[in-house]
Write a protein that binds this ligand. Structure first.
Ligand code: SF4
Length: 265
């Protein structure tokens, strides 16, 4: 039977051996159209209020079980990848079945984390946070902390909350999930175009640090473009620059409880 929901497992530097779960329709569904998106341009950017009802079919449990029994050393079962998974109202149904299947199987070491990727655009909704807070690890995107950088980097839907609201919603999510792990993912890139200022600018980097200081995540993951980006004019920052940004973050955040790491794919 062809697979409907899962792909991999594949080795991710961030998560270790990870099984991907896609809970969206096969075409990309996203509230953003990031300049660096590695799965191509978003054909129709949707509002963060947009919802789909796509409950797991009876195949989901079976498909998950059939694969997981071959990878008892798996590190993460990861929901995300094809857009913004919180747009699916049935996110929690997928989580509950995954939890159930994980409980029934035998694992070599610790059972894999149930992880969620989100671009953070829908987290202002308490209903969405109520679903998201159950995941063991939430990887939440925050590439920009000034409105200009947010608009030019993530190119959000016109109904998207502003960047301050997004930061405040991450502060709320942190409080909603005190025993779970929250990671903030910052993708920083550069631009070849003189008339396009990338998010690697002094003001954005400083404002990002202040936003992170407020959010108090467990981890900050700094990374850059690793595959073909949506726009030809953006490119990855180098390792030296990543290290400088980590240094600036550390100085301005000044909180040893927040781990700041550079991520490579
Ligand atoms: S949020 Fe993710 S999927 Fe959506 S456009 Fe940005 S990088 Fe692509």
């Amino acid at each position: 039977m062809p697979r409907q929901y899962t792909y991999g497992p594949f080795r991710s530097r961030r998560l270790g051996l990870s099984l991907g779960i896609d809970i969206l329709p096969k075409n990309k569904l996203c509230t953003y159209n990031c300049v660096y998106c590695e799965i191509g341009p978003t054909k129709e950017v949707v509002s963060p209020e947009y919802r789909i009802k796509a409950p797991p079919s009876s195949n989901f449990r079976k498909e998950l079980k059939d694969i997981l029994k071959y990878v008892p050393h798996l590190k993460s079962i990861t929901v995300g990848y094809n857009g913004e998974p919180t747009l699916n109202e049935n996110l929690l149904d997928f989580y509950t079945i995954t939890l159930d299947v994980r409980r029934d199987l035998k694992w070599t070491n610790e059972p894999p984390l149930i992880t969620l990727f989100t671009n953070s655009s829908t987290l202002y909704s308490s209903e969405v946070r109520e679903r998201v807070k159950h995941f063991d690890l939430v990887l939440a995107k925050l590439d920009a902390a000034t409105e200009n950088d947010f608009i030019s980097t993530n190119r959000p839907h016109k109904d998207s909350p502003d960047v301050n609201t997004i930061v405040e919603s991450l502060v709320k999510l942190r409080k909603d999930m005190p025993t779970k792990k929250l990671a903030i993912q910052c993708l920083i890139y550069n631009s070849y175009r003189e008339d396009f200022i990338s998010n690697d600018n002094k003001e954005n980097i400083e404002q990002l640090a202040y936003a992170i200081k407020k959010i108090k995540p467990d981890i900050v993951q700094l990374y850059s473009i690793a595959r073909i980006p949506s726009e030809y004019f953006v490119y990855a920052i180098d390792d030296r620059r990543k290290k400088q940004i980590v240094k600036t973050f550390k100085e301005l955040i000044n909180n040893n409880l927040i781990e700041i790491e550079i991520n490579y794919y």
